[in-house]
Design a protein around this ligand. Structure first.
Ligand code: HEC
Ligand code: HEC
Length: 348
């Protein structure tokens, strides 16, 4: 007769095996839909990344003199101390004006297929030229940015070192390229990446159940890839339009980009990395509770009520997308000179 303890041990190890199998089955399903962050800085189109360029881009990202008022830097609305966004419903910019949309995080933005809630910029270099000129953001002009940079010899040296061999290294295009290079370093590896890379223990049981729900319910049909979003366009309210409090009627999303009726209220599936750090939610910034945002997605995009327990588990899974922040040392910027254009607070 087999010793009872041995039977018990046998059953236990069979159970552990079965659990292991279920776990790796979950991981295999996930690997088909999502990709881990790469372990190195991604290559950019037509913009070679060098140490010099990254450092220059970082200085520009933190320099408030890139705005007309001298008050707003990229970091004002994409604060790297608070998840790469500003934690406001919609951003406050030049002369205390309130912008129309919530500020998305710059973290991992390099992996979005297009930038902005409506995807109107193809990449980060194109994107970076927008806020500098937007009247409600930095309210500046390309000429004034270049004049400001040219007034500080240290910036001229940095641009020359970052764009070697170019006749006019200090240009608005190169300003944007340097920022793009810096943003490409803002990558946050998370427990979910470890899980996708084979570490079953990187997610706890609630997070695994949440991951299964995220796939079973169909969230992953729109939120997939490296950033779990950032790569496709869908009507916000595909099945049921959220109320005007969440989806203000005057912002029709991609309609403004394509002027096609079908694109009314179409937005980019939002990227979800570090989502528990970047409340409030949606382009309107009207929802502060991630669980409520998940339940709104259930009714608006899937036509399904997501109950409290399920929503908690999905939120637990989303927490596994919060990664390790890059180390950011506050840069020391060149001092302005008598030639530096003076700040202006005027609203044009
Ligand atoms: C006054 C606040 C403000 C400032 C200053 C600002 N941004 Fe933004 N940023 C926003 C808002 C709001 C959006 C979303 C706008 C939209 O989708 O229409 C955005 C979008 C972005 C995105 C797109 C992210 C995504 O997921 O699509 C990136 C990248 C970005 N900004 C980088 C920058 C850089 C670089 C600078 C400095 C040159 C900058 N921003 C300055 C508020 C700001
Ligand atoms: C049909 C496509 C689609 C499906 C399915 C879908 N979403 Fe979304 N999701 C979107 C779009 C589009 C947005 C951007 C909405 C906006 O304009 O504010 C979004 C936004 C979000 C946001 C807010 C992001 C932010 O930065 O504010 C969260 C959280 C979210 N989705 C989670 C989920 C979850 C969880 C599910 C499954 C229950 C789900 N989504 C299903 C398309 C989808």
């Amino acid at each position: 007769m087999t010793h009872p303890l041995k039977v018990l041990l046998g059953t236990l190890s069979a159970l552990a095996l079965a659990q292991g199998a279920a776990a790796s089955e979950l991981r295999e399903r996930a690997q088909e839909l999502f990709s881990p962050l790469p372990s190195t800085i991604p290559a950019l189109n037509d913009n070679m990344i060098t140490e010099e360029k990254i450092d220059l881009g970082k200085a520009l990202f933190f320099d408030p003199r890139m705005s007309a008022s001298g008050v707003f830097s990229c970091n004002s609305c994409h604060n790297l101390a608070t998840g790469g966004d500003d934690n406001m419903e919609t951003s406050i910019g030049h002369a205390w004006q309130k912008g129309p949309r919530n500020s998305p995080t710059v973290l991992n933005a390099v992996f979005n297929e297009a930038q902005f809630w409506d995807g109107r910029a193809a990449d980060l270099a194109e994107q970076a030229k927008g806020p500098v000129q937007a009247g409600v953001e930095m309210a500046n002009t390309p000429d004034n940015v270049v004049a400001t940079l040219m007034s500080m010899p240290q910036y001229i040296d940095w641009f020359t070192a970052s764009f070697p061999g170019e006749e006019n290294p200090v240009s608005f295009d190169n300003f944007a390229k340097a920022i793009e290079a810096y943003e490409a370093t803002l990558i946050t590896p998370a427990p979910f990446d470890a899980f996708l890379n084979g570490d079953e223990a990187a997610l706890n049981e609630d997070q695994k159940t949440g991951l299964a729900l995220f796939m079973d319910k169909g969230c992953s049909s729109c939120h997939n890839g490296i950033n779990l979003g950032g790569n496709g366009y869908y009507p916000f309210g595909l099945i049921e339009k959220p109320g005007a409090d969440v989806l203000p009627p005057d912002d029709r999303g991609r309609f403004a980009v394509t002027e096609t009726a079908d694109d009314s209220y179409v937005f980019r599936a939002a990227p979800l990395r570090n989502i528990d750090q970047t409340a409030p939610y949606f382009h309107s910034g009207k929802v502060w509770d991630l669980k409520v945002a998940v339940q709104i997605m259930g009714t608006s995009q899937l036509g399904e009520e997501i109950n409290d327990a399920e929503a908690d588990q999905i939120v637990a899974f989303l927490g596994a997308l919060t990664g390790k922040m890059p180390d950011v040392t506050y840069p020391v910027l060149p001092a302005e000179t008598l030639k530096t254009p003076r700040p202006t607070g005027e609203v044009k």
